[in-house]
Design a protein around this ligand. Structure first.
Ligand code: PMP
Length: 459
């Protein structure tokens, strides 16, 4: 502990931060106006900073699935650093941790996904998969297949290629990256906002067929891959209708287009199965894994590809000109292995499926009677509480009204961290959350919604 109870040290750190730290996804003006909140410590499901303790119903950024500060993880880190603090994995060199982790991921992944490339972040895993998709088609003699299709409301990362896939205009336009005909955006299976008069299952099929329309317009011979999150997490925990994924999978197979499942959030049990492909009944050609791979104990991600793709890339010759200095890092791999072991031995995937997940869903859905709540979407331990100005017409509050941010603030002052995303309160608690903590969470959410409604009525 740095001893932030000492006010002078705290203020010094805040001053350094404000002067020198450029924060991700932050308005720099906000940091100029108010000192950053400095988190000092975290344990289990709670974070502590500046003498305030908060239940973290976001598990960091949807990653700390096994909870913060676990002793077993600290022990593994110490042992790995003492044994092999670093070595690379270029030029056919390996280390015991990376080799074992690759095998472990292959053993858990859907049947055909058996080859693993290691990177450091979700963005890098997706970026790697895009390059491997290009490489696959080139080595297969179909170099015209270059177009990527993603969807509105998606988030795939912050690197150059992944930024262009995001379904959020400012993320792309701020950097002058809009345009180009090699990335196409299809409709999101976001029934609440985009479904109109269709029933959810009808809309699920229509949204999948919008991807097919894009493939046909571009010509399947020009389309490399469709990339999609099984649940669109960042933009509002958008759980698609059940009809969506089997239809999208059928479309990709029929038109010989690769399907990339971005399981950065959903991987490793978040939806009550090891991977959301099992939850929604499809198998992708490639998948990206990150967050839950190490529960945020180390920056590590994995780009996993099918046997068919691996065979083409491996057999049709040549060096794979792609890699990171820290690909297969021993420390990160050791922590990921231990994290997976903890998930297995404590039975978290089964519990998310059959115990804490259903309890969370049942309790959270009681908020649907609140005048401000349009819909509560839940899958396993990821949820979105969609706010609505008019529940019948599904009209939204204008974003400038900051209604969702107000709910987030009201939750925070009551000891709960949630994530406002547009007009959706996103929740992604750690797997270790208890029934009593779920009760607390739902109680705070109701109070925060009541408080926000009072503020709206008086304004
Ligand atoms: N894909 C998805 C689905 C994500 O949610 C995220 C991060 N929120 C990313 C990719 C990017 O991961 P990272 O921030 O580790 O680069």
């Amino acid at each position: 502990m740095m001893g932030l109870s000492d006010q002078a040290i705290l203020e010094q750190l805040q001053a350094l931060d404000r002067m020198h730290h450029l924060h991700p996804f932050t308005d720099p003006q906000a940091v100029k106006k108010a000192a950053p909140f400095v988190i000092e410590q975290a344990k289990g499901a709670y974070i502590t900073g500046q003498e305030i303790r908060l239940l973290d119903a976001m598990a960091g950024l949807g990653c700390v699935n096994i909870g913060y500060g676990r002793e077993e993880m600290a022990d593994v880190a110490v042992e790995a650093i003492r044994t092999l603090s670093y070595y690379h994995s270029f030029s056919a060199v390996s280390n015991p941790y990376a080799a074992a982790l690759a095998g472990k991921i292959a053993s858990l992944a859907p049947a055909g996904l058996n080859k693993v490339f290691f990177a450091n972040s979700g963005s890098e895993a997706n970026e790697t998969l895009i390059k491997l998709a290009y490489l696959y088609w080139r080595r297969k003699g179909q170099p015209s297949k270059r177009i990527l299709i993603s969807r509105d409301y998606s988030y795939h990362g912050s690197t150059l290629a992944t930024t262009r896939l995001n379904g959020n205009a400012p993320m792309i336009e701020d950097f002058g990256l809009a345009g180009g005909d090699d990335v196409l955006q299809a409709t999101s299976p976001f029934w609440y906002r985009c479904g109109g008069d269709l029933e959810p299952e009808e809309f699920g099929l229509a949204a999948a067929r919008d991807v097919e329309k894009k493939i046909l317009e571009a010509g399947a011979e020009n389309v490399a891959a469709v990339i999609a999150e099984p649940i669109q997490g960042t933009m509002g925990a958008i759980v698609p209708p059940d009809s969506y994924w089997p239809e999208l999978s059928r479309i990709c197979t029929e038109h010989d287009v690769l399907l990339i499942a971005d399981e950065v959030v959903t991987g490793f049990g978040r939806t009550g199965h090891w991977f959301a492909q099992e939850t929604f009944g499809f198998e992708a050609d490639m998948m990206a894994l990150a967050k839950g791979l190490s529960s945020g104990y180390a920056p590590i991600s994995a780009a996993v590809i099918s046997d068919e793709i691996a065979d083409v890339i491996e057999d049709k010759g040549g060096v794979l000109h792609h890699g990171f200095t820290t690909s297969g890092h021993p420390l990160a791999s050791a922590l990921a292995l231990k994290n997976i072991e903890i998930i297995e031995t404590e039975g978290h995937v089964e519990k998310v499926h059959a115990d804490i997940g259903p309890y969370f869903s049942k309790k959270l859905k009681t908020l649907e009677d609140h005048p401000l709540v349009g819909e509560v979407r839940v899958s396993g331990l990821i949820a979105g509480v969609e706010l609505a100005k008019d529940k019948r017409s599904r009209e939204q509050y204008p974003l400038e009204a900051s209604v969702c941010n107000h709910v987030g603030q009201m939750a925070l002052v009551r000891g709960l961290i949630v994530r406002p995303a547009g007009n959706v309160v996103v929740l992604c608690p750690p797997f270790i959350i208890t029934h009593a903590e779920v009760d607390f969470l739902v109680g705070v959410m109701r109070d925060a919604l009541d408080e926000t409604q009072r503020a709206l009525e008086s304004s």
